[in-house]
Design a protein around this ligand. Sequence first.
Ligand SMILES: [Fe+2]
Ligand SMILES: [Fe+2]
Length: 198
Amino acid sequence: MRTMKLLLQAMAFGILLIAVILTFGSFGVFHPVPWFLFAALIGIPVINNKMEERRYITWKAKYNTGIKDVDTEHMALINLINRLQLAVRYHQGECFEQEALEELVEYTATHFRREEKLMLAHDYPAYKYHKELHDEMTRDVMTHVARFKDEGHTALVDLAPIIAKWLTNHICVEDQAFAEYYLEKEQNKETEQQKVTA
Ligand SMILES: [Fe+2]
Ligand SMILES: [Fe+2]
């Protein structure tokens, strides 16, 4: 499918290139038509590249929670999601896809466990709700893993964008809410200690 798309794009590019040469030859350099075709020839690959870039997540300042370990893990998760997207998008073969999928699933589980442990250690009031969201996401991803075993590549086509959307929303809302609680608690603890030692 992807190879076919690339072939069609190459053909369209070739046709456009020939059209540019022919129209410059027939109309001359002062006619707008060859210039319009020339702009399309240059612009289409640029737009294509931009669209391709949008398929991958890049780290944004709004994802910073202020908890160093949590942020490091979120960055690692984003890298793994991008790796899965790359493997699926370029059809790198089911072996690569499986490796990328397994690593993402394992690391997600590790991250969820660590985050939940931190919440429990700090008596986070919304722990149960937050854990439910983690569990729900894990169940959804495991459905795709099971489908991948039966259907192969097809089961993963939409998975990376789904996880990416879920993760970035989750970081911005629920993880940030926990970070706010955690950092405030840590700050209060520090103030209390300073009072004792003063
Ligand atoms: Fe979380
Ligand atoms: Fe998280």
